[in-house]
Design a binder for this molecule. Structure first.
Ligand code: ZN
Length: 183
């Protein structure tokens, strides 16, 4: 990422919804990233970098429900963006699978905005972040994953997923402050 590519970068904010942060599948690690992520998304707005929120939104017969039990159910509080990050989305998409590209309009939204590089934030590092990184890699996007803007149930799972995305998808793993230095 460098100065002349700013117009072609988007931030993806994945699954920062009540159920994954403070609810049924939530965890302290997810709660801990919220304040810095909020400031980062506010800074991005000033720089004109689009922030695309994409979040789980399930119905009873979705395959994930039999595996994980009910979570992020359509129309319920659990599937809503956490209060601290409300009002920060330039686009909002809903998904039913780990990969944010699968059966969503994400690719179309990115094409309309001429996006070539994606900055991945949100939860969880080893599930929806990693699967979305795979989807981005297959489509030729440059991928940056924010180390302190993503979280998993354990630090071990978090680190393993970061290492995987770096070695398998060529993702750049950066801290929030490091990215802001480049803007
Ligand atoms: Zn789900």
């Amino acid at each position: 990422m460098n100065g002349d590519k700013i117009g072609e970068t988007a931030i993806l904010v994945i699954d920062m919804i009540n159920d994954f942060v403070t609810g049924k599948l939530g965890c302290e690690n997810a709660e801990n990233i919220v304040p810095d992520l909020k400031r980062f998304l506010e800074d991005a707005e000033e720089k004109g970098i689009p922030r695309i929120f994409i979040q789980d939104n399930h119905e009873e017969d979705d395959p994930e429900i039999s595996h994980w039990g009910q979570h992020a159910m359509k129309g319920e509080e659990g599937s809503e963006t956490v209060p601290q990050l409300q009002g920060l989305a330039d686009e909002r998409l809903r998904k039913k699978f780990y990969d944010s590209f699968y059966r969503t309009d994400l690719e179309q939204v990115l094409e309309e905005r001429d996006i070539e590089e994606m900055i991945l934030t949100g939860v969880t590092t080893d599930i929806c972040i990693q699967n979305t990184a795979a989807g981005a890699f297959y489509r030729g996007y440059d991928i940056t994953v924010i180390e302190d803007g993503t979280a998993a149930l354990s630090q071990e799972k978090h680190q393993r997923a970061l290492d995987y995305m770096e070695s398998i998808f060529g993702a750049e793993i950066l801290k929030l402050e490091k990215i802001k230095e480049r803007w």
